[in-house]
Structures are given as C-alpha cells and as structure tokens.
Ligand binder design. Structure first.
Ligand code: UGA
Length: 435
C-alpha cells in the first residue's frame, strides 16, 4: 500500500519505518527541511534502539521516503496518518491541536481518490470529528474517511511494541476505511495480534483510559511503597504477591520516583480536563496526577535524610537523568524536580546519564556533568540512582567506596538488595523496603 505519514517525530518515524518494514511504501512528511535532509541520509534525530538500522534498511530497499512536500505524498497515498505533535497548551492543560488542524487542512486540499485519514497522535475526544469537519469545509468534493488508530508504543521499546502489539485499535465506522486499515495491519495477523474495530470516539477513549490506568497503577504502588516503609514491609514482595493475581497482573508495579515522560503526565492531565468539561470528573485520575506531582519533589527528602538531615554544601552525584532508561528524553523526568529541590537546599550536583546529558543541559546549566558514573561519584557525599540504566545495575562498589567522600547510596529504582549493598559498607536507602 501507499502510505503518507504526516509528522516525522517520534511516533511518525517509528510507525513509518515499521510500516515500511511490513512491505508498504511509506512517505514520511515533515515541515522541518533540516530534519528531512538528515533522515534522507538515514541520520536519526532521536535515540531509539534499532531505529537507525530499520530506517537505513527500508530507505535502501526503496520503501521509505522523506519529504517536505505534503501534497504529492498525500495525493499518492491510500492512507494518510496524522502523527504531528500535540503539546499541552500553556495555561489550561488542554492539548494544543493547532498542528493537527493545520495538517487536516493541508491533507484535504491534496486528496485525489478515496483516502483514509487516520489520527495516530494522542488526541482529545472529538478530534476525529474536528478533523472530518475541517476537511469537509476545506474540500467539500473530497472522498475520504477519518479513522482513529491510537499508538501504544513505549519509548525505548517502540519497534518491538509496534511489531508485536498486545492489540491494535481502529476506530472507524466506515466499512471501506475498516477494510483499508485491516490491509495496513495485515502482516500483524500472522503474529495473531487482536484487532479491535470500534467507533472513533471509543478508540479515542481507549487511548486515554489505558494511559490513565497505567499511571494510576504506578501511583498506587508508589503510595504502597511509602506505607511499606513505615510498616516495615517490603513493597517488592507486596507487588509480587498482588501481581500474581491474574486480575491485577505483575507489570507496572515497580515503585519509583514517580512517572514522567512525554505521555503519562500530558495524557492524564488532558483526560482530567476533558472529563471535567463533560461534567463527569475522573476523581481517581485527578488524585493520581496530584500525588505523582508531589512525589517527584518529595524524593529529594529521602536524599536529605540519607545525608544526615542537610545537603547544604554536600556533593551529590545523580546517576540517570532521563525519565526512564533507553531514551534521551528528559520531558517531565523526576530528575528535574529532584535536582531542583536539592539545589534549592544548597547541594552541589554532578550528574551522569548515558544518553540524556545534552537535553539535560537545557534544564540545568549550573550543575556538573561527568563522562561516566565514577567521575560523577568522585568526592561525592551521596550517590542517587534516579534512572535504572543497565550500566548502573552492576556498579563496582569497591571503587565507588574509594572515590566517594562518604559511601551513601540512595536507590530510587530498587535495583539493589539492601543487604548486599550494606554488606559492602554503604549506607543504603531505597523505596518501600526494610533495611
Ligand atoms: C507510555 C505507555 O507505556 C505506552 O503504552 C504509550 O503508548 C505511551 O506512554 C504514549 O502514550 O505514547 P512511555 O511514556 O514511553 O510509554 O513510558 P513507560 O515505559 O510507560 O514509562 C512511563 C513512566 O512510568 C516512566 O517514568 C517509568 O519510569 C514509570 N514507571 C513505569 C514506573 O515508575 N514504574 C513502573 O512499574 C513502570
């Protein structure tokens, strides 16, 4: 099939490359000429494991193309995906849909034969209706259907998530659109991925409800971790004990410093706002948002306690800055609130992250950045693991003890066992586990 992908950001690029890998002919469109030029020579502007290879292979196979010319890409396509950005609008927390609306107008002007136009970006309820209305106004003659096909990709595992999804959701009432979308995902039938055909509205709700549920699940275990600390219980055993119940499930029950990233914080907030507008407030999700916001900064208190009640003048090494491993994404990362709180209390910070330091500099120009974990830990009074990159899972504790001023480790991802670290002569604090 001929597919146009409007927007070559994270979602557009991963989806475009994977659809090309299925054998479709995919043209990714972006307004940023520099980005397009880089992509044409298979230089990838984001960090996502395996994506450079996937793009290069499919460009070489003449299945994946990049252009700034929206009109010709759309005219040739049977399916046009809208995968442009939907940032939070300043002030009111609603999603800013100006890029989506602009894309709808441009696509409408360029259509030829029957085309399915698909929203892939995470969009508020009713956006599919807006896109359809804008397109009809722009080009009343055009023959098209608008579908919603939300993505469930995780950064760092996006290619695998696309190729081996738990499910595919297609919101479209139009029979022709359903048939075309079935063809797009036909290669996945071989993997037996269930495909759910719903109405457009339902598909839009599924996306937000899924992210809000996951964010709530994380926030639940985070609060249980706090309780475990006071009660002298072990949150990891609690997570295992409840997760073995098939109705609960074992995943997304790792206590941590609060969820971050470009999706959960934005999507939970947008869902809350929409629900309030509809007069059906989602009080559980509202609480999740508030609890998670407070948690990030509260993590700094753990560090202060581990440093004996004050961090003034102390040297703190931060291991991991990105909101999770295997990404260079700093958006809404817990490290931001934690570092800010520690700076406010007079700490000196040196940080190390395998991929995130370039974007971290936009947030913190005044802290030190080290080339590796051990350089960051030199002379430190405390090491704080904020993001669970693999390279922090096998630290050389003897070396750390030698180079640190005092051997104190705060592990906000519970990647070590308290007894193991303490045996090596460290003071150790983690989340929700008795020491
Ligand atoms: C999330 C969803 O998992 C995807 O399904 C969805 O498609 C995506 O948002 C989106 O809406 O585009 P992502 O933001 O890449 O994906 O990251 P996750 O792996 O879900 O992690 C989100 C946050 O939760 C991270 O800060 C992570 O550290 C935290 N987390 C996750 C925990 O603290 N504990 C857990 O057990 C799991």
């Amino acid at each position: 099939m001929n597919i146009a992908m409007i927007g070559s950001g994270y979602v557009g690029l991963v989806s475009g490359a994977c659809l090309a890998d299925f054998g479709h002919r995919v043209t990714c469109v972006d307004v940023d000429a520099q980005k397009v030029a880089a992509l044409q020579s298979a230089r990838i502007p984001i960090y996502e494991p395996g994506l450079d290879r996937l793009v290069a292979d499919n460009v070489a196979a003449d299945r994946l193309f990049f252009t700034t010319e929206l009109a010709s890409a759309v005219a040739d396509a049977e399916v046009v995906f809208i995968a442009v950005g939907t940032p939070s609008r300043r002030g009111d927390g609603h999603a800013d849909l100006s890029f989506v609306h602009a894309a709808a107008r441009s696509i409408a002007g360029a259509l030829k034969d029957f085309t399915v136009v698909v929203t892939k970006s995470t969009v508020p309820l009713g956006t599919g209706d807006d896109v359809e209305r804008i397109m009809r106004e722009t080009n009343p003659e055009a023959d098209f259907a608008v579908a919603s096909n939300p993505e469930f990709l995780r950064e760092g595992a996006a290619i695998d998530d696309f190729k081996r999804p738990d499910r595919i959701v297609i919101g479209a009432q139009d029979e022709r659109a359903r048939t075309v979308m079935g063809e797009v995902y036909r290669p996945l039938y071989l993997n037996q991925a269930p495909i759910l055909f719903t109405t457009r509205r339902t598909a839009e709700v599924i996306k937000y409800a899924a992210n809000a549920f996951l964010a709530t699940k994380i926030t639940f275990i985070n609060e249980v971790a706090d309780l475990c600390e006071q009660a002298g219980a072990d949150v990891q055993e609690v997570a295992r004990g409840i997760g073995l119940d098939k109705r609960i499930g074992p995943k997304f029950l790792n206590a941590g410093p609060g969820y971050g990233g470009s999706c959960f914080p934005k999507d939970t907030l947008a869902f809350v706002k929409t629900a309030q507008d509809l007069g059906t407030p989602l009080r559980l999700v509202e609480t999740t948002v508030a609890v998670n916001d407070q948690r990030k900064r509260a993590m700094a208190r753990k560090v202060v306690a581990a440093c004996g009640g004050s961090v003034r003048g102390k040297r703190i090494a931060i291991f991991g800055l990105t909101f999770k491993p295997n990404t260079d994404d700093m958006r809404e990362a817990p490290s931001i609130a934690i570092i800010q709180a520690l700076l406010d209390q007079g700490a000196q910070i040196t940080a190390y992250d395998p991929e995130g330091m370039a974007s971290a500099r936009d947030y913190f120009a005044q802290i030190g950045y080290a080339q590796n974990a051990y350089d960051a830990a030199a002379e430190a009074d405390c090491v704080v693991i904020v993001t669970e990159w693999n390279e922090f899972r096998s630290l050389d504790f003897e070396r750390l003890k030698e180079i640190m001023a005092t051997p104190v480790l705060v592990d906000l991802r519970n990647i070590y066992r308290p007894k193991d670290v303490e045996r090596l002569g460290f003071a150790y604090a983690s989340l929700g586990r008795p020491n």
